[in-house]
Design a protein around this ligand. Structure first.
Ligand code: FCB
Length: 447
């Protein structure tokens, strides 16, 4: 039997601009600059062509719509909009609506125009105002047809990997000095909510990544390290939105904005949301750094020496081909934790969840038999259902991702799609998981 979600529950598929569109002819983004530097992307790949979604969007909309998908989450490329390419989104939105799919775009999914980075990027408060202007441009152009909006994607991952560490663009490596980048993105979120509402948006939300943070042992030092890491990577990005404050004084001091200005910023940032988007992949395990232990290579991400916490692998028997632990119960756990932490939590939408398996090319019968993805998604939908049973109001779920795509620093090896994309021909093939998802949605309709 397929996982059962309540009547009215909405099923979606998710992508982001940089990972699928292709950037040829656009003003550069921080990811183009990053990818051009040797040693940043696993095999030195880049996203100039990506999966040529811009050239093939009509076909891609069919893959999305013919599964019965209710909602499609994509993101706008800020460089494309700046380069005069907003027409593309007109065409995409029209194609989606014609196919009966509701567009749910995200304003910003990490591809900051390089010109803005040159002016300080997210470390510069002014970038938040530029984001608000860009939100206005999009709302004016598309607001007659796009009713549902997501402001920002995973501000925590962008801050941690891009500003605190060097694993993602713009690779600033600022450590805890990166906290202003968090505040300015949150401010951008708050300003965008205001702009989108002023232009008549029906619903507005955000997509935040959340994960349970577990101490490696019961030792008080490990617990304290895990607690701080949890505040920095989870609550720094949700407390301001859902409570109007930062989780602790060290963080509040670190963001670099204070006094009356901070009060005004938090007033904007805490604006009411129609839904709260949660991206979930795996829990994190943290220990207090052990003297003399070499953490390099323990995980894909190296935390610089001197930080008060060290991520260690989550204990799990099952992993995706990306090495991520498969822990569906972690999704139920984080959803119930959010509900406990925020009594006025808006309805939740799972804005991303999925798994990379290195699916081979279609077999002789043209099938991509990705049963491990099916079982991953099945288990996580059941975890969502368990959270609903536990009292969390959850109204939708988006699979990451509709199609195989450019997985940031990991390049094209990591395949998250329901639809397989051949790297040389760019041919699309529906995987077994696509057919499974179609059946889940159809079963839902009948129930
Ligand atoms: C998330 C990102 C998304 C994708 C998935 C696998 O952190 O938001 O773009 O890369 O991970």
């Amino acid at each position: 039997m397929h996982p059962q979600l309540p009547p009215g529950f909405r099923f979606g598929m998710s992508t982001s601009a940089y990972q699928i569109e292709g950037t040829a002819g656009l003003a550069p983004s921080i990811w183009d600059t990053f990818a051009a530097r040797p040693g940043t992307i696993r095999h030195g790949e880049d996203a100039r062509v990506a999966i040529d979604h811009v050239g093939r969007y009509a076909e891609d909309v069919r893959h999305i719509a013919e599964a019965g998908t209710h909602d499609y989450r994509f993101s706008f490329s800020w460089p494309r909009v700046l380069s005069g390419g907003i027409d593309f989104y007109d065409r995409l939105v029209d194609a989606l609506l014609e196919a009966g799919v509701r567009p749910v775009p995200t304003l910003y999914h990490w591809d900051l125009p390089q010109t803005l980075e040159d002016a300080g990027g997210w470390m510069n408060r002014d970038t938040a105002h530029r984001l608000a202007d860009y939100a206005g441009t999009l709302a004016v152009r598309l607001g007659d047809r796009v009713r549902d909006w997501i402001t920002m994607n995973e501000m925590n991952v962008h801050t941690l990997y891009g500003y605190a560490l060097t694993d993602h663009a713009p690779a600033r490596g600022l450590g805890l000095e990166a906290l202003p980048a968090a505040h300015h993105q949150l401010l951008a979120h708050g300003l965008a909510v205001q702009v989108l509402r002023a232009h008549g948006a029906a619903t507005v939300g955000v997509a935040n990544q959340h994960f349970p943070v577990r101490p490696a042992t019961g030792d008080p030092a490990d617990r304290a390290a895990a607690g701080l890491f949890e505040e920095l990577t989870n609550w720094t990005f949700s407390d301001p939105i859902l409570r109007g404050e930062y989780p602790n004084e060290m963080i509040a001091a670190g963001i670099g904005t204070g006094g009356a200005q901070l009060d005004r910023d938090l007033e904007l940032i805490r604006a009411r949301l129609d839904f709260y988007g949660v991206n979930y992949y795996e829990p994190t395990m943290i220990e207090a750094p052990r003297a003399g232990k070499d953490y390099s290579g323990v995980l894909e991400v190296d935390i610089p020496d001197g930080m008060p916490f060290s991520p260690v692998p989550v204990k799990s028997d099952e992993r995706t081909d990306f090495g991520w632990a498969i822990v569906p119960a972690g999704l139920t756990e984080i959803l119930t934790t959010l509900k406990e932490r925020y009594p006025h939590l808006p309805p939740v939408i799972i804005t991303e969840n999925g798994a990379s398996f290195h699916d081979g090319p279609p077999d002789a019968e043209g099938r991509v038999r990705d049963e491990r993805r099916v079982s991953y998604l099945d288990a996580h939908l059941r975890a969502v259902s368990a959270a609903i049973d536990a009292g969390v109001d959850i109204t939708g779920y988006f699979v990451w991702s509709a199609l195989d795509n450019f997985e940031w620093a990991a390049g094209y090896d990591e395949r998250f799609g329901l639809v397989h994309v051949d790297r040389s021909t760019l041919d699309r093939t529906r995987k077994d998981s696509w057919y499974w998802y179609r059946d889940v949605i159809a079963a839902q309709r009948r129930s």
